[in-house]
Design a protein around this ligand. Sequence first.
Ligand code: PRX
Length: 589
Amino acid sequence: MTEGLRAERQGGPRAEHQGGRAAGHLADTTGQREEGELLNIGAICSDRVCARGHADRVALIWEGFGDRKATYTFGDLKVFSNGFAQMLVDQGIAPGDRVCLFMDKIPSLYFAFLGVLKMGGVVQPLFSAFGDESLEVRLASAGTTAILTTRKHVKKVRKILDRLPDLTHVIVVEGDPSKLKDGEVFFDVESAPRVEEFDVYRSGPETPSVLHYTSGTTGQPKGAQHAHDSIWGQALTTSWVLDLKEDDIYWCTADPGWVTGTSYGIIGPWSLGVTQCVLDSGFTSARWYQFIADNHVTVWYSAPTAIRSLMRDGDELVAKYDLSSLRHLASVGEPLNAEAVVWSEKTYGLAFHDTFWQTETGSIMIANYPGMPIKPGSMGKPFPGIAAAVLDLKTYEPLTEPDSVGLIAFRPGWPSMFRAYLNEPAKYASRFVGAADGATPDELRTDTSLWYVSGDRSSVDADGYFWFVGRDDDVINTGGHLVGPFEIESALVEHEAVAEAAAVGKPDAVNMEVVKAFVTLKPGFEPSGDLELSIMNFIRKKLSPLAMPQEIEYKDKLPRTRSGKILRRYLRAIEWGEDVGDLSTLEDD
Ligand code: PRX
């Protein structure tokens, strides 16, 4: 065991759970690797770059709150990810175990991500602003064995630990070690002995790698399971769409708690040996511009909400900074409005290139490439090798008439495609059109006669450009982050005053949508501003600031279908000023 590691936890009261971890989840896929084959994202992103002679190249330029700064080479990346891998092995974590990373965008998050993969674990990054309930639902679903967190966030873990029998290891990677509770382990990779070499787990293309939770309309969030094979899709799109070259300085603004922050904030750039920057501090336009200027950022991948915020702060601010290092800009996560593209071209001399993809797709599917004429407001064209279409909303036949609106769909089989919704094979199968009953996940993802249906609507023009229309479900997209109405509604009715609840997205100039809740109250409670604040705060703490309703409307009763389901779509249509039409058409579908 390494120094800097306090193993108080070993032999502690919860140690007996170690043997009882939910190994069954992934056993069938981890067993599929070929003997002798090695395809490991952790090793490709660090060891391989060093082996190609780039150990001294800067891998990470990091800035935090205040004036905290640090720089790490690919050599450091190799040693520190080895450090995490070795520590996890010493702790008894086994290949296939889910290891959660629950921390801000500190350097250890990036080292640990690669470290978990190097030892064969499944890395489960969760957004550090999640409250205890959001955290618990995802850890319980994944049967997570270990969580790596910081002093700042460990309190949320302590609150739920007793209800998570599989979670046998709580490892704190930053902060004051003297403040830990019994059984918690402290591990500071930078002060621990350097682990120069680590025997990397011999993962193959189908070995599970990254697990991201994503929200749907119904039920709790689902765990989209990826495999090491994803790296081909991520490296290729990073190269062709984001245009990264070895001497670039790249900045992806996303948090690794979401898929953009892992596919393109870790795997894409580092698989190509490219230097990337991370800014772990709150958003202000001035701070972002200063960061670009100070670090000579050349390629910038961000999201429409951020771009609209920058736009709102105006051109005068832009003129105060030297942004001449920038050469390519791209965007993802929500519709990029035409005005934002036109504005960025006028203001930075560079247009943001929109890209479309999802947690499930693992890598960019539709994009505006460097050099391609951009039609502002369009998502661009399918990535080479990706067969994309829009399908008729009812028959699921591809639409051939230009500009007709249908469901965006892709032929299965691209490398970075998700391999499962963890423990939910029926939900996985429901994403494919044309599948035979009882088809296995492997059959589904390799059968190129099927369509994987994204859940979004779009049209395609005569030149083959895709134009986003909207989601085909009730999921709320706020600032590029998906939140599930069911998760919010379940939490709302846990508030002492709330009897029933519905959550929908309402329009917002910057975030595209924000959450609005409709509630009926229990007897004895009266509508008031104070109660509204109390409900909002309740959700912010339990779930996250993203899921917190920005407005609560009190109702005497909520509209329902004849079968009793709350008519969310009706409430949403009113918020968006859309024609509600014939209520019977909204029923039950
Ligand atoms: O609705 C689409 C929207 O974001 C969803 C995917 O969200 P998530 O799985 O969290 O992954 C986000 C980052 C890859 C999509 O189903 N979305 C993503 N990109 C765009 C978009 N909507 C419009 N335009 C885009 N470029």
